[in-house]
Design a protein around this ligand. Structure first.
Ligand code: ASP
Length: 328
C-alpha cells in the first residue's frame, strides 16, 4: 500500500514578515521582503509541533513589499496556489504576505480559487508587523499560528491569521498602521482565535471560493478600475480627469468605485460627472466610506449593485476588476 506523506505548502510573497533592519530595536525603519520563506521556516523549530507530523514544503512566488503587489504577481500566486491545491498530498497552503494589501490578496484568492478545493483545503495568509530581525518579532508566532489553523479541523476557505486571531478573507481589513493586532473583521467579528496551539472557532465561513464564469487572465494589463472618495468640496473634476483620454502607457478607465459619504451619497458635481462616465460605458459601483455597515435601500428596496454590498472599497474594486475580466 502506498503511504502518502501529507504536506502543507508555504508560499512566500515577501512583506515585513520577511523584512530585515539594521538596528534590531527599530520596528519601523526596515526593508520589507528580504528573507526567503524557506529561511523563515528553517529558523522556526516550533513549526514541527504546530504541524503535528505534516511535512512543510516551501516555494517563493514573489518577494515584494505588498504595497507593490500587482496583477502579474497575483496571476503567478493564483497559478501556484491552484497547482498545489490540486495535489493529492497537499492538505493546506500558508501564504506569507505583507500586511498592507493582505486583505486584497486574500479576497482575490477567495474569489478565484475553485470552491470545491477550498471546501476541504484551507488557504491561510499570514504576516507580521515587525521585521524578522526585530528583538521581539511577531512573525514566528504568526507563522506557527497559521500552521495550526492550516492543520485544524473545520478550517476551509481563504483565511487570515494575525496576532492569534483568525479572520475571513471577505471581512478582514487592516485597521492599524503599527499595532501587532493590526486587523479587524469589523461587525462580522473574527472566525476564531488560536490559543496554545488550538483553534477556538466561533463561526465558520459559508461561502468559499468560486470561479467567475468566463474569467480568463488577460495577456496584458487587467481592466483599469479607479477609486474616488466623496468628501466636502469634491466636485466632478477627479471623475472627469479619470475619464479623459489617457496618455500612453495608461489604459482607458473601465470602472470607477465610489466611496460615497454615509449611505452611498454623492455630491451634485460628482454625480453629474459619474452620469457622463456611465454614458461613455464606464462601469460605476457605489460603496460607502464608512468603516462599518453596508448600504441600505429605502424601505427594503434593493440597493443597486447588491453583489458588492458589504465589501470594503478596495474589495469592491477587486470584484469589479473580476467582473470586467469576465465580460471580455
Ligand atoms: N509594507 C509592508 C508590506 O505590506 C508592511 C507589512 O508587511 O507589515 O509588505
Amino acid at each position: 500500500m502506498k503511504v502518502t506523506v501529507k504536506k502543507v505548502v508555504f508560499l512566500g510573497t515577501g512583506g515585513t514578515i520577511a523584512g530585515r533592519s539594521v538596528d534590531r530595536s527599530d520596528n519601523v525603519g526596515y526593508l520589507s521582503a528580504q528573507v526567503g520563506v524557506t529561511q523563515l521556516l528553517e529558523g522556526l523549530p516550533a513549526l514541527a509541533a504546530a504541524l503535528q507530523g505534516i511535512t512543510p514544503e516551501s516555494e517563493q512566488v514573489a518577494q515584494v513589499d505588498s504595497k507593490d503587489m500587482d496583477w502579474s504577481q497575483w496571476q503567478a500566486l493564483y497559478a501556484r496556489a491552484l497547482h498545489h491545491l490540486q495535489r493529492e498530498d497537499v492538505e493546506a497552503l500558508v501564504i506569507t504576505h505583507g500586511t498592507d494589501t493582505l486583505e486584497e490578496t486574500a479576497f482575490f484568492l477567495s474569489r478565484v480559487l475553485p470552491g470545491d478545493l477550498l471546501a476541504s483545503k484551507p488557504v491561510v495568509l499570514t504576516c507580521a508587523m515587525r521585521p524578522s530581525t526585530a528583538d521581539f518579532p511577531d512573525g514566528p508566532q504568526n507563522l506557527c499560528d497559521a500552521a495550526v489553523v492550516a492543520n485544524a479541523l473545520g478550517a476551509r476557505g481563504v483565511l487570515v491569521v494575525c496576532a492569534g486571531v483568525v479572520h475571513s478573507a471577505r471581512d478582514v481589513q487592516k485597521v492599524h498602521p503599527y499595532r501587532l493586532d493590526a486587523f479587524s473583521s469589523g461587525e462580522a467579528g473574527p472566525l476564531g482565535w488560536v490559543e496554545e496551539g488550538q483553534v477556538r472557532w466561533v463561526r465558520l465561513i459559508h461561502q468559499h471560493g468560486g470561479v467567475k464564469p468566463g474569467l480568463r487572465w488577460p495577456a496584458g494589463p487587467w481592466p483599469r478600475v479607479e477609486i474616488v472618495v466623496n468628501a466636502v468640496g469634491m466636485g466632478g473634476a477627479a471623475v472627469r480627469a479619470l475619464c479623459a483620454v489617457p496618455a500612453a502607457p495608461d489604459a482607458p478607465v473601465r470602472g470607477i468605485v465610489v466611496a460615497g459619504t454615509g449611505n452611498g451619497t454623492i455630491n451634485h458635481g460628482m454625480e453629474a460627472a459619474l452620469a457622463q462616465a456611465r454614458a461613455k460605458g464606464v462601469r460605476v459601483v457605489i460603496t460607502t466610506r464608512c468603516a462599518l455597515g453596508q448600504l441600505v435601500g429605502a424601505r427594503g428596496a434593493p440597493v443597486a449593485d447588491a453583489e458588492y454590498l458589504g465589501l470594503s472599497v478596495v474589495k469592491a474594486r477587486i470584484a469589479l476588476v473580476l467582473e470586467l475580466l469576465g465580460e471580455r
